[in-house]
Ligand binder design. Structure first.
Ligand code: ADP
Ligand code: MG
Length: 306
């Protein structure tokens, strides 16, 4: 049976004060997938996720979680989803084990079905089980938030920017856990990130939102084929007075004096980029390329016309 874990139609959110964070989003997320919701800062990712989590009320539209309509079956839809929020909001007076027990209680998980110790082991907090949350490091708090999202055995796990500002070790632990939950329990995983490489590595399917609207949704393979943006970083011998203007290239200056050239590999070759730079009289001391992150992809795709 193929099924959608999440079905969203016509989703709108206007915050008090008039900010339109979501402008009518339609989205279906296949059950069993690892799904990436991508977009630059302010795109509306957290708003969408917080609506799924029941933390933000939508202004209009329909949300179904595991087939349950959020408005008509609020209890079942809430029970189907676990959310690890972007903010580290933990009660400082709880211990990790206490926090998991309270969370399980909130979701009505009977004592016999609670797996607090198993969850603590999974997120690597066994030896911190009885420490107060306020004594935990940022990384430990994040792991505890992941544990909290899992207490009620949700079908769908949502992670909002789980690796923003996180060290490599914790990142690895998070991804190992996520892969395992997906593979062993068939849990549908939805994550937001603005690191393209991370999405490339983790996600089967990706949706991109920008300014509150869905830009595209496709398999990761298809999408990365389209997102052929590259960034060349050029260290000039002497800083140029004006930046060259060449078709298909978006050229900027960084604070360290280097020039960045964003281009599409399908339209421009590296050789052509170098030629354009030299033709502008700039002598190149050093050059390297970076994989453009999504922020730069958006900049190069949306703000080039200015
Ligand atoms: P993202 O997670 O993609 O960075 P958000 O969903 O957090 O984006 O924010 C989308 C837009 O809505 C932004 O312009 C943000 O400033 C605005 N916004 C988010 N939360 C609130 C709020 N509680 N009140 C008013 N505006 C908000
Ligand atoms: Mg966010």
């Amino acid at each position: 049976m193929t099924q959608d874990a999440i079905r969203i139609s016509g989703l709108r959110k206007t915050y008090q004060g008039g900010k339109e964070a979501l402008k009518g989003v339609d989205l279906a997320i296949p059950a069993g997938s690892i799904f990436g919701l991508l977009g630059p800062n302010g795109a509306g990712k957290s708003t969408l996720i917080n609506i799924l989590a029941g933390l933000v009320t939508k202004s209009a539209g329909k949300v179904e979680i595991w087939g349950w309509d959020q408005d008509r079956n609020p209890r079942q839809s809430r029970a189907s989803i676990g959310v690890m929020p972007q903010e580290l909001n933990l009660d400082p007076f709880f211990t990790p084990r206490g926090a998991l027990e309270v969370q399980a209680g909130l979701y009505g998980v009977p004592k016999a079905q609670r797996r607090s110790d198993e969850i603590l082991a999974m997120v690597g907090l066994t030896d911190k089980a009885t420490a107060y949350a306020r004594t935990l490091s940022g990384g430990m708090r994040r792991r505890l938030l992941l544990g909290k999202a899992l207490v009620h055995h949700p079908r769908v796990l949502v992670l909002d920017e789980p690796t923003a500002g996180v060290d490599i070790e914790l990142r690895q632990m998070l991804w190992d856990n996520v892969r395992k939950l997906n593979r062993d329990r068939g849990m549908t995983i939805i994550l937001t990130t603005h690191y393209l490489e991370e999405a490339e590595e983790m996600c089967d399917e990706i949706a991109i939102i920008n300014h509150g609207s869905l830009v595209t949704q496709d398999s990761t393979t298809n999408l990365l084929g389209q997102l052929d943006a590259k960034c060349m970083v050029i260290h000039p011998e002497t800083p140029p007075d004006t930046l060259p203007d060449a078709p298909g290239l978006s050229i900027d200056r960084r604070e360290d004096g280097t020039l960045t050239v964003n281009y599409r590999t399908s339209q421009t070759s590296a050789e052509q980029v170098l030629e354009a730079i030299r033709a502008a009289g700039i002598r190149i001391r050093d050059v390297r390329t970076e994989q453009a992150d999504l922020e730069e992809v958006f900049l190069s795709l949306t703000s080039r016309a200015t």
